[in-house]
Design a protein around this ligand. Structure first.
Ligand code: ZN
Length: 191
């Protein structure tokens, strides 16, 4: 799947409670560690060319990085560490394994099949290429539908919360954080 779609799906699925940007970054991280880093290096060197890079010109380190960043075993272990030591980050981090799961069916053996069982097994699934027009249209339509549903849900929830707090203020001033009425103040009771 393309890197922007990975970021958006990651943000929508794991970026709850104002963590969209972080989940987006974790969603693009597996490709940024490999092809993203290569693009930056080639850009700096002045040898960058847009489009799919030729498989014969790729450096060895890219394969190593791709294996580690696209392994459910490696990333699962990293997620466990976060779960125990940085639990709040472990939720948006789920965008990373989601990226791997999305890559498994959307890469064919022809170009970087997903090494999701590395280093335990070299098995890879022969999926389809994500660059096909039908998939791009379907994927971005799905993203749009989920994004609109998410915005509508948040808007309705905010409205409901606003009405709820207004109701509390009207019916129960104590619960709304107002001071105690005079008739119940401590000075009145002691007198
Ligand atoms: Zn990827």
């Amino acid at each position: 799947m393309d890197i922007l779609a990975h970021g958006l799906w990651g943000g929508l699925a794991a970026g709850w409670k104002r963590r969209f940007a972080l989940a987006f970054l974790f969603g693009i991280a597996p490709d940024m560690c490999s092809f993203g880093a290569l693009a930056v290096i080639r850009f700096v060197q002045g040898t960058f060319e847009p489009g799919k890079p030729s498989i014969h010109t790729l450096p060895d380190w890219l394969y190593v990085s791709y294996n580690f960043s696209h392994s459910l075993i490696v990333i699962g272990a990293l997620w466990l560490v976060l779960w125990f030591f940085a639990r709040s980050t472990s939720i948006p981090f789920l965008a990373w394994p989601l990226h791997i799961l999305c890559d498994i069916p959307t890469h064919s053996q022809a170009f970087f099949p997903t090494p999701f069982l590395f280093p335990l097994s070299s098995y890879t699934f022969d999926g389809f290429s994500w660059g096909q027009r039908w998939f791009m249209i379907t994927n971005y339509t799905g993203l749009l539908i989920v994004a609109v549903a998410w915005v509508v849900y948040r808007h309705r929830r905010r409205q409901a919360n606003g009405l709820h707090s207004k109701k509390i203020m009207l019916t129960d001033p104590l619960a709304a954080g107002k001071t105690q009425p005079e008739s119940f103040s401590s000075s009145n009771i002691s007198a």
